[in-house]
Ligand binder design. Structure first.
Ligand SMILES: O=P(O)(O)OC[C@@]1(O)O[C@H](CO)[C@@H](O)[C@@H]1O
Length: 409
């Protein structure tokens, strides 16, 4: 069947920071300045860099976009094109997704991330990322212990267990609550949750359909579009380990960010750091996961890949051809997290009851989104659910307490 290259429907307006009283406004005018200032506090950059970061923080609420100075980043000329329509505009007036992705790219520009020299390759969010792993060690131990049991059961029964897969999909979903752009790793440990008691908070749950899809074939290749490093990445690596170890998949590609962004988004180096953290944990089950991860990477069953599309301001339907062709070989694309979900929807004001598959009609193969709600975009919800949520939890769209697992097959 011919699949359209863009959503099947007229495309609504994008979210923008000037929407008075919105979470988007709060993010551009308050959260983003706070994040820029946290970079100053958590790093030892020289005064000129800190002054530029402070200037950026101060400009966000009502100031104008600064141009990107050529910093030798591989994506520099792409950014010149992306920014062309927004020259001389205020941060709050341009589409939020462009504002946010550019904000993170500018932080790297200011901190000399790409420029040869002392600060080249220094991740300004490193401290948050490492802290995020350390504070969740107890949850990591219990998840790895449970994972080992599920793997043993699958091996004893000689067939992959659908219920264990479903449980791991839930972990991968709720792991997305641990987002360091919203809740600092120094504030609390959000990795403690009970997947059974959380069931009522899943607004759309297509997990069973996912298990059905994965039992159709014996040699699935799965592509996972990763979100945050830290505990969320551990949950994702447990899911991947089970997919490979139980026979649901024989190859998995992890799609990672090519540079630091959205504070905690995972890069290839973060996967390696996480693997070493697991290996050095001192706990047998945790180390065993690290060991299997090492083996799967060495054998090519697990492949780490990065692409500048994932840090661009482009909606998912503008995915470059080469990357789309790579994804077309997959049996299932798993898309993690809120920002990736916003990309799937182009970060636009869809009516929340719009059929998810009518928007995400442009992908060549099945795709499942695992997302906790942290922004004012949604699709595929029932109107009665929306009415109920508005009364029981006025902040349901942004507080990370609600989740969706939505499959487009
Ligand atoms: O992709 P994640 O890590 O799940 O969430 C990231 C994010 O969507 O959450 C924040 C709240 O809206 C935004 O600033 C940011 O876009």
């Amino acid at each position: 069947m011919h699949k359209p290259q863009i959503p099947n429907l007229p495309i609504p307006a994008p979210l923008v920071g000037s929407d008075a009283g919105s979470f988007t406004e709060y993010t551009v005018t308050q959260r983003m300045p706070d994040i820029a200032r946290r970079v100053i506090i958590e790093n030892k950059f020289p005064t000129e860099i800190n002054q530029s970061l402070e200037k950026l923080a101060a400009e966000l609420p009502s100031g104008y976009l600064q141009p990107l100075v050529n910093d030798t980043g591989a994506d520099f000329s792409d950014w010149e094109k992306y920014l062309e329509p927004y020259k001389n505009q205020r941060w709050v007036d341009i589409p939020w997704f462009v504002a946010e992705t550019y904000f993170y790219r500018l932080i790297l520009n200011i901190t000399n991330y790409f420029k040869p020299g002392e600060w080249q390759g220094v991740d300004p969010f490193e401290l948050q990322k490492t802290q995020g792993l350390e504070t969740s060690i107890d949850s990591i131990i219990s998840l790895c212990t449970q994972l080992q049991q599920w793997l043993n059961e699958s091996q004893q029964e000689n067939q992959p267990s659908k219920s264990s897969l479903i449980a791991l999909l839930y972990f991968a979903l709720w792991g997305n609550r641990v987002d360091l752009s919203l809740w600092s790793a120094f504030e609390d440990d959000r990795s403690r949750f009970n997947i059974q008691t959380q069931l009522n908070n899943i607004l759309v749950d297509d997990t069973f359909a996912v298990t059905k899809l994965l039992t159709k074939s014996q040699d699935n290749c799965i592509d996972l579009v990763v979100d945050n490093a830290g505990f969320e990445l551990i949950c994702d690596l447990c899911l991947v380990d089970f997919l490979l170890g139980s026979g649901f998949a024989n190859q998995v590609y992890l799609h990672l960010k090519p540079h630091p962004t959205f504070v905690s988004d995972a890069m290839i180096k973060d996967v390696h750091y996480t693997k070493d953290f697991l290996l050095q944990s001192g706990n047998i089950q945790v180390q065993a996961l690290g060991q299997r991860l090492t083996e799967n990477l060495a054998s090519g069953k697990l492949v780490l890949t990065e692409d500048y599309f994932w840090t661009s301001p482009l909606p998912f339907w503008e995915i470059p051809k080469t990357l789309k062709n790579e994804l077309a070989k997959s049996n299932l694309i798993i898309v993690k997290g809120d920002a990736n979900y916003r990309r799937l929807l182009g970060d636009r004001y869809w009516d929340f009851t719009t059929k998810f598959a009518d928007i995400v009609s442009y992908l060549p193969v099945p795709m499942v989104a695992l997302r906790t709600l942290k922004s004012e975009v949604a699709a595929g919800l029932k109107s009665e659910v929306i009415v109920e949520l508005a009364t029981i939890d006025p902040h349901w769209l942004t507080n990370g307490q609600w989740g969706v697992i939505q499959l487009v097959d």
